[in-house]
Design a protein around this ligand. Sequence first.
Ligand code: CU
Ligand code: CU
Length: 296
Amino acid sequence: MSLRTGLVAALLSAAAAVGAAAPAPAAVVPVELTARHATVQVAPGVRMEAWTFNGTMPGPTIRVREGDVVQVTLRNAEPPRGHHGRPMWHSVDFHAAQLAPNIGFAGVAPGQEKTFSFVASRPGVFMYHCGTAPMIEHIGMGMYGAIIVEPAAGRPPAHEVTLVQSELYGRVHDRRLHGSAAAMRARRPKYVVFNGRAMRYMSEPIPVPVGEPVRIYLVDAGPSLASAFHVVGTIFDVVQPDGNPANVLTGVSTHLVGAGGGAVFELTFPEPGVYPFVTHAMRDAAAGAMGRFQAG
Ligand code: CU
Ligand code: CU
């Protein structure tokens, strides 16, 4: 038995123990991530050559169940000499995992790949991101995403939405955002975005039902700013910091999610209409972190 197979077997038996009390048996969930450069749209008419997982920013939203074994394969598809003459390593750090990061989250050289596994032992919504130094640049250039770990006992039915807030730094030239490490270090974002694009849901409102439960999974990917998340015209019935159903706040208008954090928000839209959502840090909302729900 190889070290890897042994590890997976050990994880599986651990997962089975967790799964014993769960309605659904634990599964091994393969997650394939490829680190590569890709051109993405970041604002109306503005593109950027981002560093991505799987060609999108944020990377794919991963969904597993509490107790599942998440088997991550990370491929580094960068050219051997990099895009600017230096080979670029990448890695992936899951906040849903509990393991020695120097082993599980270790870097992968261009052209290489690695596999590691962890048990999704805690339910919630968590960030994942490239953990290669300088991390501020790997996250700031687009290497982040969300993983949702469903509680073993499930959640009540609801209309679900996933939002990832993050900042983008640099200068726009010829309708391209050119990333700036100096602006990242100065915390002067050009855009603050939900799901990768400034003002994205101002032009494409998210449809939601009236009078029925709506659940928002929010991750604040940073790299540096918090989200003061608020939906105008509503009060959250429930906020669960980190998305764990054991963490319950009720009757909350605005909730702060720090960089690297997540939360589940449950609310009900009282009547048909347009309900803006923002980070209530107004400088950041004006820089693109606002959108709209269209209820009814
Ligand atoms: Cu990276
Ligand atoms: Cu982290």
